[in-house]
Design a protein around this ligand. Structure first.
Ligand code: F6R
Length: 244
């Protein structure tokens, strides 16, 4: 628990930067699982700063994003491709071929094959070293809404009404929010060797309490993280305020 989201984000960015440097010394790659949304943006700012001011190279970094709305064009202002480019990829020296984001332009017929291939790519790259997560008010991680099973893999999901409502202002109205998304599964996330879930602000306090102290259950997918051996919740004091 940190005093501010600023401090907490600096702490998370340091762990990522240290792993990148360590692997560089060994001549090895690092696989990062990345999230979008408001929560991780300061971490990305610190990563960009490390590149611009300290010369940190991302040439050995491979990334897999958690999710993308479906359907969604990459060049839409709402796409997670655009989000990631704006907040991170356009400002660092990561290789284009090392960036993976679920493809929201697939048709329903071929999206299943895409999801299977996404899982295979994660495995072939050696698996995720550090998975960054935010948390939705429904307790979703990625877009694994209530009802997602522990073994779920990358797939198309229907978004919960609470999630649609939370996205409505970004999309200038509830009717414009895509009702579906492609997301890594709970099982995909749980396979990461290290998981860091971040949450800021009072609005996340109740769901954080349930995720950390509640019974493990499908109706709050973030509770599955209690079973992961190397997962930390990094919170600001407001998000931690309901914990006992
Ligand atoms: C985003 C994602 C979601 C968000 C969550 C919190 O890629 O997977 O689970 O992390 O909805 O969103 P923010 O950070 O906007 O509160």
């Amino acid at each position: 628990i940190h005093d501010s989201s600023e401090d907490a984000s600096l702490y998370v960015s340091k762990e990522i930067i240290n792993l990148i440097k360590e692997r560089q010394k060994e001549g090895k790659t690092v696989v990062l699982g990345l999230a979008t949304g408001s929560t991780p943006t300061k971490v990305y700012d610190y990563l960009v700063q490390a590149h611009k001011e300290d010369g940190l190279s991302f040439s050995n970094v491979i990334t897999f994003n958690l999710d993308e709305y479906f359907p969604m064009h990459a060049d839409s202002i709402h796409s997670y491709v655009r989000f990631m480019n704006e907040h991170l990829f356009d400002h660092i020296d990561i290789k284009k071929e090392n960036v993976h984001i679920p493809d929201g332009t697939k048709t329903l017929e071929n999206v299943k094959a895409f999801c299977e291939a996404y899982e295979e790519k994660i495995e072939k790259s050696g698996g995720i070293d550090i998975q960054i997560l935010g948390i939705g008010r429904t307790g979703h991680i990625g877009f694994n809404e209530p009802g997602s099973s522990l073994s779920s893999k990358t797939r198309v999901v229907r978004l919960d009404r609470v999630t649609l409502l939370d996205a409505a202002s970004d999309f200038f109205g509830l009717e414009n929010v895509p009702s579906k998304a492609i997301t890594m599964g709970v099982g995909t996330i749980m396979a990461a060797r290290r998981i860091i879930l971040m949450a800021w602000g009072e609005g996340k306090a109740q769901i954080i309490k349930q995720a950390v102290e509640g019974e493990i259950r499908e109706s709050i997918p973030a509770t599955f993280l209690q079973q992961h051996g190397n997962c930390d919740f990094i919170l600001d004091s407001a998000a931690a305020s309901a914990l006992t």
